[in-house]
Design a protein around this ligand. Sequence first.
Ligand code: SDX
Length: 442
Amino acid sequence: MTTQQPTAEGASTGSGAESLTVVDNRTGQSYELPITDGTVRATDLRQIKTDPDDFGVMTYDPAFMNTAACRSEVTFLDGERGILRYRGYPIEQLAENSSFLEVAYLLLEGELPSKDELEQWEHDITHHTFVHENVRRLMEGFRYDAHPMGMLQAGVAALSTFYPESKEIDDPENRRRQIIRLIAKMPTLGAFGYRHSQGMPFVYPRNELSYSANFLSMLFEIGVKDYTPDPRLVRALDVLFILHADHEQNCSTSSVRAVGSSQADPYSSVSAGIGALYGPLHGGANEAVLQMLRRIEKVENVPDFLEAVKNRKELLMGFGHRVYKNFDPRATIIKKATDEVFEVTGVNPLLKIALELEKHALEEDFFVERKLYPNVDFYSGLIYEALGMPTEMFTVLFAIGRTPGWVAQWNEMLNDKEQKIARPRQVYVGSGERDYVPVASR
Ligand code: SDX
């Protein structure tokens, strides 16, 4: 289903054919370009030449602002109407009624699991949470202050050396085994990174706990036998993972698809996605939001900070989005979850600054004109901090949540007969041919 753009008010309606008729004014030649799902094929432009030796016309689209790189059935976004659906199910309903592992199954298989399918899926994930002891030793080899995202990216890439059969990407059963391992081991690697940075012994997975409860146990259990996290916090974390599970062709997912398109193994492909997510303009924004709120320090400083944003000296981290130009539905759900978490943990003092920033940003022209609204990262950091997570763990939480989306999109790419190795073109604007000059003559 696509959102057909209505014809501009008063525009004359054409022949009604699903095509563009373009005239190349350099030659007077006209061309008929078919429109499919609201797109024209970039390769259809190559026929537009000035002479037979001409390469033909290309599209030029830095940062892919207006380029569809694939056809996908996984996630649907409507940026104007603030709609997010996983396999057709609205995010609001999944956050309310589902679990993270059930959503992971849905993203991968395309359908909600039956009771038996869900039980088998939860069993499979639960029984793959351990990592090889050499991976634990690898994580111990980092500096004491290593960022957990750097450790996570290295740990996931290292898994490719423990499962060399994962290179057999043409075998669906093999792909599924690696996908289960990735979803299962991400929290273990994330928790090991955190415990290392705290100088604490690693806590091993416990099979009797749910996915999110087990993660909290591996993070926070200290000398308490059978540590059981507060179920309200477990539920809040599970909902946060659901909200982060997929988001169509964002920077990190596009990176996973691009690396996977060379037929690299899934661990190498996902570690590329972790690298992209680490950036402060993407998943690293949740960490940057808390750093920004701390720098603002108190509500009275908000007007000065917003002036700095308007003068391009600051970015309002947690605001703006390439697709959502109205509101990010995930931010709405997270903001509601904030209240529930704060009932248990007490209100985060930085919330007042966040609410003041949001109030000004929703009213002031600079932000309204640029359609800058809070995105998923604006409030998530406040909840993570309330859950006791250190700031540098926030993007690790994003990565754990996004793993089902990365692997579902990777899997879909490999099944897509239209896809091949990703290799964009360029417009060369460098020097023309010139001869080498010996150093003595320079
Ligand atoms: C995520 O793609 C996804 O789906 C990502 C994600 C996912 O689930 O995978 O949703 C997760 O990454 C959310 C975004 C987290 N990042 C941040 O919160 C960082 C702050 N946001 C900005 O860096 C920015 O809004 C982006 C990167 C999110 C979007 O950038 P775009 O689409 O390239 O928009 P742009 O940079 O062209 O901005 C348009 C205008 C510019 O002003 P002008 O030059 O036109 O005058 O808005 C300004 C920008 O300068 N602008 C901001 C701003 N974001 C955009 N100005 C101040 N603060 C900001 N946050």
